[in-house]
Design a protein around this ligand. Structure first.
Ligand code: OGA
Ligand code: MN
Length: 290
């Protein structure tokens, strides 16, 4: 099989064919995927009916899979601990209501964010496998934050250069109404401060680094001004010329770079099942200021 790459949007996102995640992957294929990832930021692998074990094994070619620290809401699979469940179906295969705590927490993904940015060494990337996909919404949207940084109006650029923002997992419940983290959970994941302009360790390029669902403070700013800045930056970023919108087909696997993109999912009919499994690649280095 030869690997072929086809861009899906001028800003980011490309389809990859010629990779079968159910089979061992050779070094040349890993290199082709890694190079395409650096160039396109989000890769779409259509038609990958993989098991969770195959999903984790493929992920390991690109780093160590994260084990989600929070256990109280059953968002971590108890069968394969590296799998994070983006799902509205419970362990007994019953549809969950939007008022369930886990569903409230997952609803935060409708706002622009990048995964695990609250860690001292934030995630490198994530791989999401669409098992039961939505037809009424559930479109996952991605933004190229290199381009956003390059195009930032001077007034916004001035406010982010040389500044750090705080990323706190404990923010989630404030915006979703999900249960607040327990003291143990909060102590296990204290807030982290990261530069708002970062340099990508592989491409060497600079990008804007924000994660609106976790950002609760910006250095040298009062809280309301900090929130306003994050909102303004997110709004500027969310323009069609920077955005790839992924309309899912069953068994698509998406692989995105958490260092230079943000993502958000559109709402869907809560009466419709949506089952996705995610692995998250752990970061191995602190965020470097750009
Ligand atoms: C995620 C996420 C998007 C989606 O898995 O990290 O934000 O489409 N989900 O559900
Ligand atoms: Mn996410």
């Amino acid at each position: 099989m030869t690997v072929a790459i086809k861009a899906r949007h001028p800003a980011l996102g490309a389809e990859v064919t010629g990779v079968d995640m159910r089979r061992p992957i050779d070094a040349a294929t890993v290199k082709a995927v890694a190079d395409a990832w650096t160039e396109h930021l989000v890769l779409v692998f259509p038609d990958q009916p993989i098991t969770d074990a195959e999903h984790v094994a493929f992920t390991r070619h690109f780093g160590e899979p994260e084990i989600f620290h929070q256990t109280s809401l059953n968002l971590r699979s108890d069968r394969v601990k590296e799998i994070f469940l983006v799902s509205n179906v419970d362990g007994e295969d019953r549809l969950m209501r939007p008022s369930e705590p886990s569903q409230k927490q997952l609803s935060s993904a409708r706002q622009w964010h990048t995964d695990s940015s609250y860690r001292p060494m934030p995630s490198v990337g994530s791989l999401l496998h669409g098992i039961e996909i939505s037809r009424t919404g559930g479109i996952t949207q991605f933004i190229n934050m290199y381009k956003v940084y390059e195009d930032l109006p001077e007034s916004l650029r001035r406010q982010v250069e040389g500044r750090r923002a705080r990323h706190d997992f404990g923010m989630l419940h404030l915006i979703t109404g999900a249960p607040p983290p327990t003291k143990t959970e909060q102590d296990a994941m204290p807030p982290a401060w990261h530069p708002m302009v970062r340099r990508h360790p592989v491409s060497g390029r600079k990008s804007l680094y924000i994660s609106s669902i976790y950002n609760d403070a910006v250095e040298g700013m009062e809280a309301p001004a900090a929130r306003r800045l994050i909102e303004e930056l997110s709004e500027f970023a969310a323009q069609p010329q920077y955005m790839y919108r992924h309309v899912w087909e069953p068994h698509d696997v998406l692989m995105w770079d958490n260092r230079c993109t943000v993502h958000a999912v559109t709402p869907h009919d809560p009466g419709e099942r949506r089952v996705m499994h995610r692995t998250t690649i752990v970061g191995t280095e602190p965020v470097v200021a750009g």
